[in-house]
Design a binder for this molecule. Structure first.
Ligand SMILES: Nc1ncnc2c1ncn2[C@@H]1O[C@H](COP(=O)(O)OP(=O)(O)OP(=O)(O)O)[C@@H](O)[C@H]1O
Length: 589
């Protein structure tokens, strides 16, 4: 006996149960907000079940009146039956309408909530996941949770109500009949166990597979140019085929199991209904019940069987829900960014905007989660009206420094501040809240689809056409925009399509300038420009009356002599380059 108990305990795996318990609690945190919707949904379902139960009674009376077993008014009973049948239809449609509305509303709310949580999740932790995986978790898993929250508990109540009410009526008229009607339960219970296990595996596999497919499609469509250039079309078509094959195999494996279960369930259903039918005929033949009662029994036996099957179906759906909850918890329970200093930063910007704001990084150290150490006791500073360059060989840490300045990454030692005032002594520690002081032009194309003006107004919705044109002029983009037939209303395709790399870079810089942030970060943002234009853009930026602090990372030393200070990243530190070193770099280029 002890061995058996141990075996069961091992099979249940306490850590799995504990995980499911935590996931259920997490779902409930969401679910309890929607208790009113759940009550409405439950009441509609119970009312529907009540109406169909009364319909069974009326139908019994009608048959008994026709067969002469009962006296009563045929027409009024017939009218009542029609009335209840119509009520049945109306209840079921009202319930479907209400549940569709509630479902859509709750689905949107939960998705909004999870979307917002994902966006404030620590950036480095989030980059461990493929974007395809993130989108699948956000769309499919969140939908699963929202429909589960709305349906699971109400359905549990509705099915139990349906089962108990039908059982009560059958027990009242004929307890033996109840025995026949419930004969299938133990068989269903035995069958549901392997199905449950399979279902749980299948859910996890299917979610992972969907994420893989989504990621593949997304990457393919956003890299069509590279695929064509490397003549990889055939290779990619084959890769899709192999993914689809894997997907079909997985679905068919599950389908086989479903088919087998469905055949067995149907056979059990046959046994139950024929047993009920036989017993009903026997009872009518022995004059124990009327034809009407027999018809009612048969209809109620269907209700009992379907309620039991539906109740059994709630178990796999609970498993699927907890799996989705687990996948979302992986994301939303990662460290979240702290925006608690927003008000302080807004006040700081208001006080110091006119004189300008700089940055001071002292003795900072940083290693990525992967263990790559990029900085050890590195220091750098940049102040208003300065243009500060960060140079260094590829992979030395220029972008990492900008990520640290933006608090996308947190340094493990040292201090990072934005500063203003006399001798830069008024300081605020850098945090996600200080990001609002920056405009960042990252590497690569960052334009969105839409008109040039729309792209510009993304960062400053109330910008006038004149302001947009001024920003374009500073970024040396007005020269080509002015020549376009539609000017600033010209369309930009996804990721800057329709413009050259250098033009798209200038549009991105113009957008950043339009925002009028105190600090501008340009990460190789002028790399596609010719040297003369690159110098002109940077000079324009600094000659602008706005007291901007500008930090640029660059591989090209051609602009270094217009920079206030040049830092070279060497041996995990930032070293200020002397004029001779800058001259030498420019000479060697
Ligand atoms: N998300 C990341 N996770 C782990 N390591 C990273 C990550 N991003 C960069 N690194 C590593 O950190 C180091 C610095 O990278 P970084 O991108 O800052 O260099 P960079 O100087 O900007 O290079 P480039 O000039 O080529 O843009 C490199 O060794 C790189 O492999």
């Amino acid at each position: 006996m002890k061995d058996k108990l141990l075996l069961i305990w091992k099979h249940l795996k306490p850590e799995n149960l504990q995980k499911m318990w935590l996931q259920s609690k997490w779902i409930w945190q969401y679910g309890k907000r929607y208790w009113k919707s759940m009550v409405v949904y439950t009441l509609l379902g119970i009312a529907g079940s009540g109406v169909s139960l009364v319909s069974s009674f009326i139908s019994k009376d009608l048959i008994d009146i026709i067969t002469g077993h009962q006296t009563g008014k045929l027409l009024s009973t017939f009218a009542a039956m029609i009335g209840f049948s119509i009520a049945n239809i109306l209840f079921s449609q009202a319930s479907t309408y209400a549940s569709t509305f509630i479902n859509l509303k709750v689905d949107s709310e939960i998705k909004n909530d999870i979307f917002a949580k994902m966006l404030v999740t620590d950036w480095e932790s989030l980059t461990d996941y493929h974007t395809g995986d993130l989108v699948t978790r956000w769309s499919s898993d969140a939908s699963n949770i929202s429909s589960g929250i709305l349906n699971w508990i109400p359905n549990l109540v509705i099915y139990i109500f349906r089962f108990i009410s039908a059982l009560a009526v059958v027990l009242y008229y004929d307890p033996t009949f109840a025995l026949f009607a419930l004969i299938g339960i133990p068989f269903s219970a035995i069958l549901s166990k392997p199905l449950l296990r399979r279902m749980s595996n299948n859910n996890a596999k299917s979610a992972a597979m969907n994420a893989k497919m989504y990621g593949f499609n997304q990457e393919t469509f956003s890299n069509i140019q590279t695929i064509k250039a490397f003549d990889l079309i055939h290779f990619y078509i084959e890769r899709l085929k192999s993914l689809q094959k894997e997907y079909i195999q997985m679905r068919m494996d599950f389908q086989k199991m479903s088919m087998l279960t469905s055949i067995l369930m149907t056979l059990i259903g046959f046994i139950v209904s024929y047993s009920c039918y036989g017993w009903g005929i026997y009872r009518v033949w022995s004059n124990a019940i009327t034809y009407g009662t027999m018809t009612m029994f048969l209809s109620l036996s269907g209700t009992l069987t379907s309620s039991v099957n539906s109740l059994a179906g709630l178990v796999p759906s609970a498993v699927s829900l907890t799996i989705s909850a687990g996948r979302l918890m992986d994301i939303v329970e990662m460290p979240q960014e702290d925006y608690s200093h927003d008000d302080q930063v807004i006040a700081f910007e208001k006080d110091h905007r006119a004189e300008g704001i700089g940055i001071a990084m002292q003795d900072l150290s940083y290693s990525y989660n992967t263990g790559t150490e990029v900085f050890r006791n590195a220091s750098m500073e940049a102040y208003p009206h300065e243009i500060v360059a960060l140079v260094g060989p590829s992979g030395e840490g220029k972008t990492t420094m900008l990520r640290l300045i933006l608090s996308l990454l947190q340094s493990s030692g040292g201090s990072c501040h934005v500063c203003a005032g006399d001798n830069h002594r008024t300081q605020i520690e850098m945090s996600p809240s200080t990001r609002k002081l920056f405009s960042y032009v990252p590497q690569g194309n960052t334009m969105f689809s839409g008109t040039i003006a729309e792209n510009m107004r993304n960062v400053k919705p109330d910008a006038t056409d004149e302001e947009i044109i001024h920003a374009l002029q500073l970024a040396c983009a007005w020269d080509f925009v002015e020549k376009l037939p539609d000017g600033i209303q010209s369309m930009v395709k996804e990721r800057g399509g329709g413009f050259s790399e250098g033009q798209a870079q200038r549009l991105s810089i113009a957008r950043a300038l339009l925002r009028h942030s105190p600090i501008l970060l340009l990460d190789e943002a002028t790399s596609a420009l010719d040297v003369a234009t690159e110098r002109k853009v940077l000079k324009n930026i600094m000659q602008d009356t706005y007291p901007r602090t500008c930090i640029v990372t660059t591989h090209r030393p051609t602009v270094l002599n217009i920079c206030t200070r040049v830092y070279a990243i060497r041996e995990k530190k930032c070293e200020v380059l002397k004029d001779e070193e800058i001259e030498k770099l420019m000479g060697d280029f």
